[in-house]
Design a protein around this ligand. Structure first.
Ligand code: PEP
Length: 257
């Protein structure tokens, strides 16, 4: 199988940006920028702050845009002040959720073990998961990128069945490239996405590895997206900064088309 048989997924990670009214405006602007375009061979997702979900779901209704969240808790309910469960997201019309983003790992003590619990809860609730993995700059400089990524993939996906893997997208996001303006070269991105595919092949089957969508994320923008998305193992993008501007996000969607 080659990449044209895999699902191309372009997902925006809005992080902690946009008030609800602004969220609706941005979704409308993305719709307008894409007017008349055939986006049937690319899945477009906007992952938005919790408080923007309602406005974004309403604005995206009936369009090619799917709405995602940026995290979820592993329990269904209970005494977890400030947390949101996967069932709550589904009830609000959310279809996708980012799990294990490096900002969650870096600032909020997320570990591979908690990432694994969140992945399981999200899948059980019927969400599609965008699972983020990536190495720190020091790890890349030590030459241990592939070992780190392989370990993350193995722990984050522990006990996830082959059937459940149909609802998992993996985002390779080198931590040193997120929000820094430093992009991995297309070759570096392709190399690590290929290594992830090999890990999946060993954990599951070569066919599953070939069928899994693997995105690159880290300062992807309107200028560098074509080169990155042209690579054999890069099936899409997880985009932060550039997803907040409808023309830039649309340029990336267009490159994926
Ligand atoms: C991200 O938040 O996942 C990301 C890739 O951000 P940026 O595109 O801004 O580097």
């Amino acid at each position: 199988m080659n990449k044209k048989y895999r699902r191309a997924v372009i997902a925006g990670n809005w992080k902690m940006n946009k008030l609800p009214a602004e969220a609706a405006q941005l979704v409308e602007a993305i719709k307008a920028e894409n007017a008349g375009a055939d986006n049937s061979n690319v899945t477009v997702v906007c992952c938005v702050p919790y408080v923007d979900i309602d406005a974004a779901v309403k604005a995206a209704k009936g369009s090619f845009i799917h709405i995602g969240a940026e995290n979820c808790h592993w329990e269904k309910s209970g005494a977890f002040t400030g947390e949101i469960s996967a069932d709550m997201l589904v009830a609000c019309g959310v279809e996708y959720v980012i799990i294990g983003h490096s900002e969650r790992r870096q600032y909020f003590g997320e570990t591979d073990l908690t990432v694994n619990k969140r992945v399981k809860a999200a899948l059980e609730a019927g969400l599609q998961v965008i699972l983020c993995v990536g190495e720190l700059l020091e790890q890349r400089e030590q030459g241990i990128t592939e070992e780190i990524i392989s370990m993350q993939v193995k722990i984050d996906l522990a006990d996830i069945t082959e059937e459940q893997m149909k609802n998992i997208i993996i985002a390779y996001e080198p931590v040193w490239a997120i929000g820094t303006g430093k992009t991995a070269t297309a070759e570096q991105a392709d190399e690590v996405c290929e290594a992830i595919r090999k890990t999946l092949g060993a954990l599951y089957t070569p066919a599953l590895a070939e069928a899994t969508t693997i995105q690159y994320g880290g300062s992807m923008n309107a200028k560098n997206c074509e080169e990155l998305l042209a690579k054999e193992h890069v099936d899409g993008g997880l985009i932060g900064g550039a997803s907040l501007k409808a023309p830039d996000f649309t340029a990336i969607i267009k490159a994926a088309r």
